[in-house]
Design a protein around this ligand. Structure first.
Ligand SMILES: [Zn+2]
Length: 422
């Protein structure tokens, strides 16, 4: 029974001598076993827990039987646990372990401490650990050419940061999908045309960089998997993404979104839902107007340069649609307002598609085709707290929004800029 993890040995006597030890764990191999000579005779054989580190490969040994005063296993599912020994008066704090392996180690330690027979379990012979077994697992890997790409060898399972540049990768290597600890994945300068729907065990990625590829859409795996709870930085500059899907607004942890040089002409109207967004770059696209939802963002940096902003339109169109909303409109508004859950099977197709085209009025209500459209201008300075980049001479941006009722229309006409901060 062997376990690779981080170990911090805490001496419980230190505080009583007024000494405080800085918490410093190190990578170690923890094994449970008997000495070979003892196991041959069995009778009287002592069960030990051995902790081998790079500094001490022979390992420190702890007697198990009648020597474990407590096992703290509340966070075992996160790979953490503490074993408290009576003699010496030390606590072994284990972390970064595989939860399943840790669980079985702890149950063996408990059984061994009570003096139970562990004959059926394959125990370690307590031999000193090899250098490889105690060296710190690799957490970063950078590959910058095809030659360096691991074709025959494996990607280390401990990787947290993986960078693969200029390898001509056309599809995501399935082996990468098994690296469950990755939080930063950079696949820039490749030839990716699409990404899989299922991202397997890649569940804690917070930074995803896909610049300079051939992507035609933003990977849907982002909102179809656990990644929608973790993604904070998404960089898809220099691709061929023609539309930005509404679902991108579900990535509520998103703080930095870079979409430069793709060729799309609009941003999702619900972009205001990205309340954590601090940096947005949409330069070199074909955006003529920005959605009114922009007003809800609290941006620090914004780049809107090289977009063909149309500043010629201003005012309200489609006022007549507000007079008598259709029955379909009333139903759709009610579904949205009361957040009634539905699936494609629950509704008739027209209503289902009608619901997908939701617009939000500045009052917060949802409306659909029975709404008036307004165009206004807003100072870019008011949109960001820190700095903005725009084409030369551009200081205002055109925005497009919708009005759900006569009441909102009147308010808008009285003060078209009330919607915007300051
Ligand atoms: Zn309204």
């Amino acid at each position: 029974m062997r376990l690779s993890c981080e170990v911090d040995v805490v001496n419980r006597l230190l505080p009583s001598h007024n000494v405080r030890k800085a918490k410093r764990g190190c990578h170690a191999q923890v094994s449970l076993g008997r000495k070979p000579a003892a196991s041959a005779s069995r009778s009287g054989s002592q069960l030990f827990l051995m902790v081998c580190t790079a500094k001490d490969r022979n390992g420190a040994k702890y007697v198990i039987k009648n020597n474990v005063s407590q096992v703290f296993a509340k966070f075992v599912s996160e790979g953490k646990a503490t074993i408290r020994f009576k003699e010496p008066e030390q606590d072994l704090c284990l972390s970064k372990a595989d939860p399943l392996q840790l669980k079985s180690l702890l149950s063996l330690v408990r059984a061994g401490a009570q003096g139970q027979d562990l004959d059926r379990v394959t125990l370690s012979s307590l031999a000193p650990a090899s250098t490889k077994q105690v060296e710190k697992p690799r957490t970063e890997l950078t590959v910058t050419s095809r030659k360096e790409y691991p074709v025959t060898s494996r990607f280390p399972a401990s990787l947290e940061v993986l960078t693969v540049h200029s390898c001509g990768m056309k599809r995501l290597d399935p082996r990468i999908l098994h690296l469950s600890r990755i939080h930063t994945l950079d696949l820039s300068l490749n030839a990716l045309t699409s990404l899989p729907d299922d991202w397997g065990r890649l569940s804690c990625v917070s930074t995803l960089i896909l610049t300079d590829n051939q992507l035609s859409e933003i990977p849907s795996a982002l909102w179809k998997s656990q990644l929608c709870e973790t993604i904070a930085v998404l960089d898809v500059r220099n691709n061929h993404i023609a539309t930005i899907p509404l679902q991108i607004c579900e990535l509520h942890k998103l703080a930095c979104l870079r979409l430069d040089n793709n060729g799309f002409d609009s941003l999702p109207p619900t972009i205001g839902k990205l309340t954590n967004l601090k940096e947005l770059a949409v330069a070199q696209n074909k955006i003529k107007v920005l959605p009114a939802g922009f007003a809800q963002l609290r941006l620090e940096n914004l780049d809107v340069s090289d977009n063909p902003f149309d500043l010629s339109v201003e005012g309200v169109t489609g006022e007549e649609r507000l007079v008598f909303p259709t029955l379909m409109e009333c139903v759709a508004r009610a579904i949205r307002k009361y957040r009634i859950p539905y699936t494609e099977e629950d509704l008739f197709p027209q209503l289902f598609h009608y619901l997908a085209a939701a617009r939000q009025c500045w009052c917060g209500n949802f409306c659909f085709t029975c709404s008036a459209r307004y165009f206004s201008h807003v100072s870019l300075r008011h949109l960001v707290s820190n700095s903005y980049s725009a084409s030369p001479g551009i200081t205002t941006a055109p925005i497009e929004g919708f009005l759900c009722s006569q009441h909102c229309l009147t308010r808008f006409k009285n003060n078209p800029r009330a919607y915007w901060r300051n």
